[in-house]
Design a protein around this ligand. Structure first.
Ligand SMILES: CSC[C@H]1O[C@H](OP(=O)(O)O)[C@H](O)[C@@H]1O
Ligand code: ADE
Length: 294
């Protein structure tokens, strides 16, 4: 790759419960971005940190009006893509399914089990079918940067772990929580799928910092999760998350070659519908996220 072909990264930040703003962005501006799949959860905040272009979206909207199952995940990811975002750091509150991951701990997750049932899971549809690989659903290149910077900041953080995505909005029953523990899952939340798979379809690198707020409902010496307990712990988690974001953006924002993990070429061999069988109306919409291969 010659210098002129290097990728100039634009960093997308998706803030979850308790994270509705990002400190330290210069030239901040909230802008409405409409997509072929409708409007995202809120306006997007555009800005720069250390000269690196950043785009922030509060996942549930400012003031948290939208529950996990009603989020327009396609519009959220399409809005990021249409804003030029190449790399997303997703910040999420989660329950812990392991003793050694206490509230306040961060997990840079590397796998998902998706138990959601109600959500639109793909940009592709009748008239243009695509099957991307989700074997490694998170970007290991961004994961490396998050791990390194978390270490430098002295944060309690673990690299690797499976995030169980439940539909919600109710928290789990104890039997479910024990089932997910028996599957070896590390943390539980309600939002990261299909967010991660849609980011992959849009060829955006995506990594998650899962911030533990509670022990869900399986731990005999801790109370069952409530919104109150999540919010209380999130106040401390948010300050650490903001410090981590500030540290990773300059590292992620350097001009670079294509992603070493390959996320930015996910559609290379994914389309199966013959050109003559494709639906022109759907193709027009898909240009917003898959223009590179259409
Ligand atoms: C307020 S606790 C439940 C809520 O928090 C998590 O959301 P996010 O990933 O956006 O931080 C969890 O998945 C639920 O949506
Ligand atoms: N225990 C839990 N279950 C699902 N989502 C959560 N978000 C934070 N804690 C959670």
């Amino acid at each position: 790759m010659s210098k002129s072909e290097l990728v100039e990264p634009v960093i997308g930040l998706i803030g979850g419960s308790g994270l509705y703003d990002i400190d330290g962005l210069e030239d901040k501006e909230w802008r409405t971005v409409e997509t072929p799949w409708g409007l995202p959860s809120d306006q997007l905040m555009f800005g720069r940190l250390d000269g690196v272009r950043c785009v922030f979206l509060p996942r549930h909207g400012r003031g948290h009006p939208i529950p996990p199952s009603r989020l327009n995940y396609r519009a959220n990811i399409a809005a990021m893509k249409m804003s030029g975002v190449t790399d997303i750091v997703s910040l999420s509150a989660v329950g812990s399914l392991k003793e050694e991951l206490p509230p306040g701990h961060f997990v840079i997750v590397d796998q998902f089990i998706d138990r959601t049932v109600w959500r639109e899971k793909s940009f592709f549809d009748t008239g243009c079918v695509a099957h991307i690989s989700m074997a490694d659903p998170l970007c290991a290149r961004i994961g490396d940067v998050l791990e390194e910077q978390a270490k430098k900041l002295g944060l309690e953080a673990t690299r690797g772990g499976t995030y169980l995505v439940m539909e919600g909005p109710q928290f789990s029953t104890r039997a479910e929580s024990e089932l997910y523990r028996s599957w070896g899952c590390s943390v539980i939340g309600m939002t990261n799928m299909p967010e991660a798979s849609l980011a992959r379809e849009a060829e955006i690198c995506y990594a998650t910092v899962a911030m533990v707020t509670d022990y869900d409902c399986w731990h005999t010496e801790h109370d069952n999760v409530t919104v109150e307990s999540v919010v209380k712990i999130m106040q401390g988690n948010s300050a650490r998350a903001k410090a981590l974001v500030k540290a990773v953006i300059p590292a992620l924002g350097q001009p670079r070659d294509l992603c070493s993990a390959g996320c930015d070429r996910a559609l290379e061999y994914a389309l199966i519908t013959a050109p003559e069988a494709r639906d022109p109306a759907l193709l027009t919409k898909l240009k917003a996220i898959a223009g590179r291969v259409l």
